[in-house]
Ligand binder design. Structure first.
Ligand code: HEC
Ligand code: HEC
Length: 430
């Protein structure tokens, strides 16, 4: 922002002075004698031509100021004005609503308090209770040291582990950040790369993964639970008398439990339900920006993800979509140096689940928003950056978001945190 103006000063002003000098010399040495101008005539002509240069410079200056302070334009509008304006703008193109069967106006929605469930695994109370036990069961790991809850700490860590990447049995370090499992029940595909289609299919992964829970075989998991009479009784209650303890039923019970992990108790949901004071000014402005700059292109719908069972259409996206210096800084590209294809994550409780991104490389939420704005929305290159490091003119592009914009979007993201979880975490969060 500041650098844009000083670029204008350091390169622009000498260029103008040089231009005026050249003009003066041209009029006095070449043009003047050729057409026989008097000394006064020479001055007049110099000034007349000089005005052209000045007018051009003035235009550049005004354009630069407009580009640099979008917040000044926004300031004078109330939140509702701004939202109306943003919605009217989005109506002009299909940018925000690329799918033809979607309403053109973006609709803010609250999260349902029950999640969709597959027909072959209804969540009965007995099954959900069994699933909760299994979720906390360390016997499901090879050396009986880890349960699902070890990495997905539901209350202290909002369903994640507050680490950069996961730590499995025997302290093995994983490659990926642990996503929260709160509201995972609404996602149409799971894992950072969206490689599994259901919670049932997902739960098999970590139990057998050698660097996570490291269970040798499904049969070994079944054998261990079978040896425990309380589990035999719980399985009988959940699946019927005489039904065997199978690996399939273990993951069914865990999935049924996970479908109850829903946080619709956020300031955002209260606001959408009509409690107009639930969000403060910064959050309201952040909410409008979240829509206006295009975050809703991917983080859309009640679970803030297009990978949604509710109305998701394009679950996977390139990330980073545009090359930026962040690629290098946070190692965002795949091992082969390409942009990856990732599932659009939900942003519910995102303020509580740092560090962020698939590799857990970013510690600050405002930095994640900056990365998103530039890598996913092209809000990075200044309209008038004169020279980049390769001494070429930069391409004309959309301006980066201002610090205030970023601050307000972060404030809005904070309003997606569950009231209940926030209270539980309050003592440990700074
Ligand atoms: C060693 C740590 C660890 C343990 C133990 C663990 N997980 Fe995970 N979990 C992860 C990591 C890391 C990911 C992301 C992996 C990826 O995307 O490739 C993940 C992803 C998930 C997801 C997907 C969430 C989403 O939004 O995509 C669910 C659901 C989940 N785990 C449930 C479980 C269950 C159920 C168990 C126990 C059976 C379990 N996890 C055990 C580390 C762990
Ligand atoms: C083109 C699609 C797209 C757009 C537009 C987009 N995002 Fe994202 N967002 C993603 C994807 C994909 C990821 C997962 C990145 C990864 O795998 O590390 C993500 C990740 C995130 C995360 C980190 C989630 C976590 O748990 O680590 C946040 C926060 C976020 N986005 C916020 C935003 C905001 C705010 C905007 C608007 C300024 C935005 N996104 C625009 C696709 C998008």
């Amino acid at each position: 922002m500041k650098s844009g103006l000083s670029d204008l000063m350091t390169i622009g002003i000498p260029a103008i002075l040089f231009g005026m000098l050249a003009l003066g010399m041209m009029v006095h040495r070449e043009l003047g004698p050729f057409v026989g101008l008097t000394p006064e005539g020479k001055w007049l002509l110099t000034v007349a031509l000089g005005m052209g240069i000045l007018a051009f410079v003035l235009k550049l200056g005004v354009a630069q100021l407009l580009v640099q302070s979008p917040e000044n334009t926004i300031d004078r509008l109330t939140h509702t004005d701004f939202l109306h304006q943003a919605r009217a703008d989005s109506d002009k193109g299909d940018f925000l609503n690329p799918a033809p069967n979607r309403p053109r106006q973006y609709v803010w929605a609250t999260l349902p308090t029950t999640a969709p469930e597959p027909a072959d695994n209804p969540g009965t109370l007995a099954k959900i209770a069994l699933g909760k036990h299994l979720f906390n069961e360390k016997q499901l790991s090879g050396d009986a040291s880890l349960s699902c809850a070890s990495c997905h700490d539901l209350y202290e860590k909002a369903g994640s582990d507050a680490r950069r990447t996961a730590i499995g049995i025997a302290n093995q370090v994983g490659a990926r950040n642990v996503p929260t499992i709160w509201n995972a029940a609404f996602q149409s595909v799971l894992f950072w790369d969206g490689r599994v289609p259901s919670l049932e299919a997902q739960a098999k992964g970590p139990i057998l993964n050698p660097i996570e829970m490291g269970m040798s075989t499904p049969a070994e998991a079944e054998r261990r639970l079978n040896a425990d009479p309380t589990y035999r009784a719980r399985f009988a209650l959940a699946f019927g008398e005489g039904q065997a303890i199978t690996f399939e039923r273990i993951v069914q019970a865990i999935a049924a439990y996970e479908r109850t992990l829903i946080t619709a108790d956020t300031p955002y949901d209260r606001y959408v339900r009509g409690e107009s004071t639930a969000l403060n000014q910064a959050q309201l402005r952040g909410m409008a920006l979240f829509e206006a700059v295009g975050c809703v292109l991917c983080h859309r719908g009640p679970n803030f993800s297009d990978a949604s069972l509710l109305d998701g259409e394009t679950p996977l996206r390139f990330f980073p979509a545009n090359p930026t210096p962040y690629d290098e800084k946070y190692k965002l590209l795949t091992e082969s140096g390409e942009r990856g294809v990732w599932r659009v994550p939900s942003l519910r409780n995102v303020a509580l689940t740092g560090p962020w991104l698939h590799n857990g490389s970013v510690d600050k939420l405002d930095e994640v928003v900056r990365i998103m704005a530039s890598a996913q929305l092209g809000r990075s290159t200044q309209l008038m950056t004169w020279l980049n490091k390769d001494s070429a003119l930069d391409k004309v592009d959309r301006s980066p978001l201002s610090d205030r914009d970023i601050h307000d979007i972060v404030a809005f993201l904070e309003s997606l945190s569950s009231d209940g979880l926030r209270k539980k975490m309050a003592p440990t969060t700074p």
